[in-house]
Design a protein around this ligand. Structure first.
Ligand SMILES: NC(=O)c1ccc[n+]([C@@H]2O[C@H](COP(=O)([O-])OP(=O)(O)OC[C@H]3O[C@@H](n4cnc5c(N)ncnc54)[C@H](OP(=O)(O)O)[C@@H]3O)[C@@H](O)[C@H]2O)c1
Length: 339
């Protein structure tokens, strides 16, 4: 458990990455009570500094002995680092909030979205997992619908931005786009095919049965967060040439009928959600508008006329903020509230 203090020693592991960078911005914006900020990355970043509250903070090399005295460590340095270093950090007395997928389905690790299942924080044993970015924005919306009408089945297709793959993928989209516009040949590197001016129905590796690992993450994580294995979910994840924000087309079948206007009213009063849905004025959420925002945006809410109790909607959120860094910082804030 976190010991109550006025200010905390906080570490960001993977501070030089896109999620790490966003974490620094969010900690600063929310005036998180920080006594000391420690930044860690690989040996490639040793000697660099990053700006925090107008001070240059040195980036240190991650190692097994660095965690002593740190209260909370926000990990976003990839699965291998999380697997190896999170238990070491916990042994040193630190609480780890982990952005990778390695701990998410561990039965001893709560998987938390603060608007959805904050009570799961009560049973953590040192590691708390941050869900997948596409899962987070979907469950924020599914939760109130499930509570009101019990969800039977969800069919979702995602349109995920390249920042979900990290900095190298953002550089790849930029370079491929400029190369194509300059009539140069394009060589894919991060993705198996050209991503600029295209889209790839392929996120993470293919698994038995033809689904990708990302698709299965969304299925399994949603059931764990909502605490309901009976919900049927089928997912297709697509990478699109967008820098920031994931969009999702979501079809929900419920046990009880929920008319579209009731869904609109319900979601409008749910914390963390903004309903942006005036089709006659061409108003619906889209990545260019939602990038940099904290809330989950919902539009195109309409009844699915092909089934008895069905709703279609379009959900957009900033994958680097609510999908990663913001959710992790909100978990840390909840831990402080409870201490
Ligand atoms: N991007 C997203 O939307 C998103 C969403 C949810 C979760 N995540 C997860 O967050 C993590 C980071 O993602 P990202 O998108 O920020 O990736 P990224 O931009 O590629 O950044 C990776 C970070 O990890 C550090 N790192 C790599 N190898 C390391 C090592 N051996 N020791 C210490 N640090 C090391 C890098 O440091 P150097 O700069 O020194 O190489 C960098 O700070 C991943 O686990 C990812 O799955 C990402």
């Amino acid at each position: 458990m976190l010991k109550k203090k006025d200010k905390y020693i906080i570490a960001v592991v993977g501070a030089t990455g896109v999620v790490g960078n966003e974490m620094l911005k969010i900690l600063e914006e929310r005036n998180f009570p920080i006594e000391e900020l420690r930044l860690f990355a690989s040996e490639r970043s040793e000697g660099k500094t990053l700006n925090f509250h107008n001070k240059a903070v040195p980036v240190e090399m991650l190692g097994e002995t660095v965690f002593k005295g740190i209260d909370i460590a926000l990990f976003s340095a990839g699965g291998e680092r999380s697997k190896h270093f999170a238990p070491i950090a916990v042994k040193a007395g630190c609480i780890v909030i982990d952005n990778s997928s390695v701990w998410r389905m561990d039965p001893d690790v709560p998987l938390v979205v603060p608007e959805v299942n904050p009570d799961d924080l009560k049973w953590h044993k040192g590691i708390i997992a941050n869900p997948n970015c596409s899962t987070i924005q979907m469950v924020v919306v599914l939760k109130p619908v499930h509570d009101a009408a019990k969800i039977k089945r969800v069919v979702v297709t995602t349109f995920q931005s390249v920042s979900g793959t990290g900095k190298k993928a953002m550089d790849e989209l930029l370079h491929q786009t400029t190369d194509i516009l300059n009539f140069k040949d394009v060589k894919p590197n991060v993705y198996p095919h050209q991503i600029a001016f295209s889209c790839l129905p392929h996120i993470d590796k293919f698994m038995e049965g033809g689904y990708t690992k990302e698709e299965l993450k969304m299925v399994n994580e949603t059931k764990k967060i909502l605490g309901d294995d009976s919900i049927k979910i089928t997912v297709t994840t697509v990478r699109v040439p967008v820098f920031r924000c994931h969009s999702e087309s979501v079809n929900i079948e419920t046990e009880k009928k929920l008319p579209a206007n009731e869904v609109r009213a319900l979601l409008s009063t749910t914390p963390g959600i903004i309903v942006y849905d005036v089709p006659e004025e061409n108003l619906y959420p889209h990545p260019a508008d939602v990038a940099g925002k904290d809330e989950v945006y919902v539009g195109r809410i309409r009844e699915d006329e092909s089934i008895k109790n069905g709703i279609n909607m379009w959900i957009v959120a900033d994958n680097l903020r609510k999908g990663a860094a913001l959710n992790a910082v909100q978990i840390a804030e909840k831990l402080i509230e409870a201490s």
